[in-house]
Ligand binder design. Sequence first.
Ligand code: AMP
Length: 281
Amino acid sequence: MKVIKTIIELQKEIAILQDLSQDKKVAFVPTMGALHFGHISLINEALKVSENVICSVFVNPKQFNNQEDLNLYPRTESADIEILKNSGCKIVFIPSTDEIYPKNETNYKIDLGYLDQIMEGKHRKGHFEGVCRVVERLFEIVNPTDAFFGSKDFQQVAVIKHMVKLKKIPVEIHACPIIRETTGLAMSSRNARLSDEEKNKATILYQALLMGKKMYQEKKEISMIINEMSESIQSKGLEIEYIEIVDTETLLQKDAFENNTVCCLAVYCGKVRLIDNMIFS
Ligand code: AMP
């Protein structure tokens, strides 16, 4: 596996990979590092599509709406490189901020419509604009045929699909399943900031989602489902930012039982903000 820091070298190596291989596809997995099995599962999905798998590790300052969260974001570059060496990934791209944003223009704009005003968009102002900005830039640099994102960030996948359609970028977006610890806690780089006690408490998210799913399939009222989920999460001392039951395509709220439904939530466990979701029907 090649570890590459500059765009010029990356583009040269991708061209070599494509020349050497019958396979002309390029499968791309963007990450912010502090890698765990959730990230590796994306690489495994990418390997099903192409042997030319490129992973990026870049903590994108533009998508943090909270400076403390950016400062405390775990950075584990050498461990990440070790994990990737055994993953089947051919190139890891680890650029500096200057490499990605050389002129630091402040005028990036994208019309995300209501997607930017609900759930994560509503609670993390500017977050999705920052995500689109870096993903568009990375797509421009890597020029992948396929890109892989985790459904752990359910709304992010919807936003990226919207961006790709709007900007007419010729890349296929693959949404991959959520990988969980055996306790049910969704794997996340931010889990490293949880104490053992907090990690234990945070397993309530998965339990609450399972309970909500059962109630939803029993066609209980939406408000009752959200109340019961909230009570069980709060009983562990976690602070809820939102719990919403929405359409898997439009992400608009559902009033009663329907198919294609997902429940998304964001919760504070101590100082750490966690998100999770589950398909309800
Ligand atoms: P991040 O490094 O947190 O920006 O995540 C990089 C990619 O990995 C994103 O597409 C995430 O949705 C995905 N990802 C993070 N955690 C998980 C998980 N537990 N299961 C599946 N994908 C994940």
